[in-house]
Design a protein around this ligand. Structure first.
Ligand SMILES: [Zn+2]
Length: 124
């Protein structure tokens, strides 16, 4: 921003220079009838524009970023048994199938896990 100030007398000229210097201006050039004074201005709009870009960037990052999600499940095959009559999964302590009521013979149902346990023991 540049403004032009005109004064009439030499005294007004000198007073004006003095007044601008007192309010933070620096004298850039000074001749008999012309003086240029400059003060560094705080340009607020630059900060507002930068802040807007930052906010827009953050919003875009939030909505356009693609998260990678891995759901990892461990299936314990040594504790999983199934009813021989209807095939639903059974808990360890069930005496009868909760769905069809068939009595559970754990000796038979354990065959598969017993096999696994034997294989593991053999490897060691
Ligand atoms: Zn059943």
């Amino acid at each position: 921003m540049e403004i032009e100030v005109t004064v009439q007398s030499q005294k007004e000229f000198d007073d004006a220079i003095q007044r601008y210097i007192e309010s933070g201006y620096e004298l850039e050039s000074h001749t008999e009838d012309n003086a240029v004074l400059r003060k560094k201005g705080f340009k607020l709009w630059i900060f507002i524009v930068l802040l807007l870009f930052l906010i827009i960037g953050a919003i875009l990052y939030y909505f356009l970023s693609d998260d990678n999600v891995v759901v990892l499940k461990r299936i314990s095959n040594s504790n999983q048994y199934y009813c021989r009559e209807c095939g639903i999964s059974l808990t360890d302590d069930a005496k009868f199938c909760p769905k069809c009521g068939a009595p559970i013979n754990w000796e038979d149902e354990n065959d598969v896990s017993a096999q696994v346990t034997d294989d593991n023991a053999f490897k060691i």
